[in-house]
Design a protein around this ligand. Sequence first.
Ligand SMILES: *Cc1c(COP(=O)(O)O)cnc(C)c1O
Length: 414
Amino acid sequence: MTLPMSRMQCAQRDQQDALAEFRSEFSLPEGLIYLDGNSLGALPKATPDRLQTVIQQQWGSQLIRSWNDAGWVDMPQRVGEIIGQIIGAEPASTLAADSTSINLYKVLAAALALRPERAVVLTEADNFPTDLYIAQGLTQQAPTQREVRAVTAEQIYGQLHDDVAVLMLSHVNYRNGYRHDLAALTKAAHAVGALVIWDLAHSAGVMPINLAAAQADFAVGCGYKYLNGGPGALAFLYVAPRHQSLCRPVLSGWFGHAQPFAFGAEYEPAAGIARFLVGTPPVLSMAALEVGAELVQRADLTAVRAKSEALTECFTALVQAQLGPHDLPLISPKLASERGSQVCFSHPQAWPIMQALIARGVIGDVRAPDILRFGFAPLYLRFTDVFDAAAHLCSVIQSREWDQPIFHAPARVT
Ligand SMILES: *Cc1c(COP(=O)(O)O)cnc(C)c1O
């Protein structure tokens, strides 16, 4: 299909869009163009009612009985299975639990314990900071000498030696949108005897992923990005079935015990993936994540990926038709196939430009110091949104509308 380059062509493309009906399942403010679904997914319309039911009926009326009667106690597994289908996991290998940072701690500790004789955690210097920080903290605590080796994306293959215990990567880079070849890197790591942890924060729910086929070892990811689970939603973790019984959880909490309600004094891990649970699941947050994940589960992720590529390509082409490579350099890969569902440009005035754009009703975000980041959630974005957003961005830059004191004011969260 050719790229729509006029507003009329974008409108036609929206009419042919097989995913178009998903937009009506989200609650989006009128007139707003939301290009930040990669950071906080939009609110599904079904979420408030679902939470009302959980709050009023299950909690308010049924009280503690709901742990059994409403299935609260099984939610980490139940929601985990839905997410597992989205990421191509084997049954009973995914849990919804804790935060991405904490899940990373859990699976990295497990992976390192499976490779006691190896010292290196190989990762990308440009990985999301929490991933680096968690690895730094964990390796500093290790009883044996461990080291985080952070290299560039290009250096990864060359750095895979037999001292690497774990290759820990984000599937899609949060800053520039570069997408790794998950299957190829998993295979290369296995060839030197290393295990692989994938952080799927920026890919789960927006493209087909097949962890089982790639024989990935571990994975983690966020519930609040493309899974639309709400601010601070629970995250997920994946452990390949072949490793589960070999892992002795480092956060050995009672929910991961073989018999939590026997209240025994000694820890004994539950069978299978359940041993990666720690404590009581936050039911309200879990209910919101279940709605968001169910919505994504109904979508054909191959179609979602095709639309995502077309949206990012269309946005890039429209911006580049108006602004030259010196005015606004593209820092994402040129090829849509090498990107996640985001497009990033660099500009020394990224912050005020984004604030001016937000004032016009186009929401993206900034990654310090100079990255303008635009995320494209194919379930609720239209090609006409992309057309309008590109026009606003170019107009804000060409008119220097951003150069007003109010757009320079800093904020705590970017
Ligand atoms: C968003 C993101 C996180 C966030 O971790 P939290 O524990 O949810 O704060 C972690 N890793 C990557 C790659 C991310 O993009």
